[in-house]
Ligand binder design. Sequence first.
Ligand code: SF4
Ligand code: FES
Length: 240
Amino acid sequence: MVEITINGKKVQVEEGTTILEAAKANQVNIPTLCYHELLEPYGACRLCLVEVVKNGRRSLTTSCNYPVTAPIEVETDTEKVINSRKMVLELLLSRCNTSPKLNQLAAEYGLKKSPFELHYDDCILCGLCERVCREIVGANAITFAQRGTERVVIPPFGEEAEFCIGCGACVYVCPTNAIQIQEDGEEKIIDRWSRVLKLRTCSECGMEFAPDFQLRFIQKKYDLPEDFFDLCRDCRAMKK
Ligand code: SF4
Ligand code: FES
């Protein structure tokens, strides 16, 4: 265990715990946009900035990807931290001006609007969609492409995301609601990834119930019998 100080309070944490995890465990709120507890930290949004004092030296650092390995002092609400988070929010807001989440966070920091030129993108490049697809789902259907101001998350070669199984995990984690999933008749559609998936029909009741590609992905991944997903959930429950 390592002893650290968070806002003046001494706490014990396991070595390797990130500052963000340590803060959360001690009811200290640090705002985040690109962090999810089930995913590898990425350090993209910089909203989780805190001040760290180590060996007498004070520095600003992102807390989500800073593992604690030695005693340090952490301050999460100094003037410098607050002003830096405000600057981050102003920049993000200038990129995605209409995002409800960003506007809500900005309001919490007393910001009414960004002083920078406004853009109406819907993606802050947090990478949550790419990480959940790769690390949790294992589909690797989307990826980062280009550099600098051209950087985007897209399916390989910008074409239909042929490995996307239509699980909706990316929709769930996206902080800006940039990804929409919808069902239209026999198809499930994710416009952002140019993905159209045919739904499988239940062999009992005839209802379309899940993307065929997704069911085959799960069946192979867990080595299930070929006919495992022939029935929808309701019909399967009735057979039990
Ligand atoms: S689409 Fe959403 S989840 Fe994916 S990088 Fe952009 S903001 Fe993040
Ligand atoms: S939450 Fe830490 S950099 Fe985004």
